[in-house]
Design a protein around this ligand. Sequence first.
Ligand code: COI
Length: 354
Amino acid sequence: METVNHQLNIQKTEHSRLPSEPLHHIPFGRIFSDHIFVATYDNGTWEDLKIMPYSNLTMTPAMAVLHYGQAVFEGMKAYKSATGETLIFRPDANFRRINKSAHRLCMPPIPEEIFMEGLKELIRLDSAWIPESEGSLYIRPLYFATDEFIGLKPSTHYTLIIMSCPVGAYYSEPVKLIVTDKYIRACEGGTGSAKCAGNYAASLLADKEAKALGYDNVIWLDGIHKKYVEECGTMNLAFVIDNVVVTPQLTGTILEGITRDSVLTLFRDQGVKVEERLISIQEVAEAYDKGILQEAFGMGTAATIAHVSKIGYQGRDLILPPISERKYGQSILEQLEAIKTGKVPDRYGWVWKI
Ligand code: COI
């Protein structure tokens, strides 16, 4: 039986580090806001809920997460509306997903009131860190195992941290991707749909090799046939083929992206044909050769909508049209940003005013 001590202890910083430069100019993920939220789990009890000044953590070298990687995280964003309100995009979806990821890594669920109260209080306290006209405050919940023990078993102690950083674009230019069949990201029954640290660590070598070839990242293929497009690692992918938006179906091996879901919902509601299905990289290449591959774009919280400018596949590059000629990805990006910043009414209940 889990117990929760609701008392939230707030210790404010006496020295804000808020930079004077425009916040959206700060490189992604480099400067963190003044406070963090921390909650700990000790053998069935959630306790010691606090908001404290951003600072280093102390840890034992035997801390379980460092050895066996029991760590899951989330990414969401807060915005300022034109009237100065603080808006968070779909935090309920992030809350559900972190617990789904936690379940897969054999970690106890985070109680909703802890996650939501911690999140809201933290972002209220650091609301001056939300960029005003462009950009957003990227929010990173991180949940990890803290047992002091070397031996493989689920931890009995955990820490949940929520931290944030002001950000502009994750990708400042359209991205160049290369298809890899040398490595795989996930296989059925694995952790592909969990937002766990290990998935990202395992992607780094392929990513490094892609960069050495002049690309920004890879397109992962399915682990069995090495045929079907999965995702990009930093974001989900969609292709526009003959005016149909086609995106890999959720098979348990790709991240169940919240931006992906938002984009598909908006497209469908506007009468755009959307297909969630298996899509082979061969089909993408054939569509290109027939002149009906109109667009490719990534969808993610950090990346928002990232236009794909080039796809390297089997020794050649599929070159996609410039942004000025794209009507799907660019329009959905603008619509999403308008909803997130309160410029247009939110018909979906996605935007939380805090
Ligand atoms: C996000 O989009 O929130 C992510 O966690 C992706 C990461 C590569 C920044």
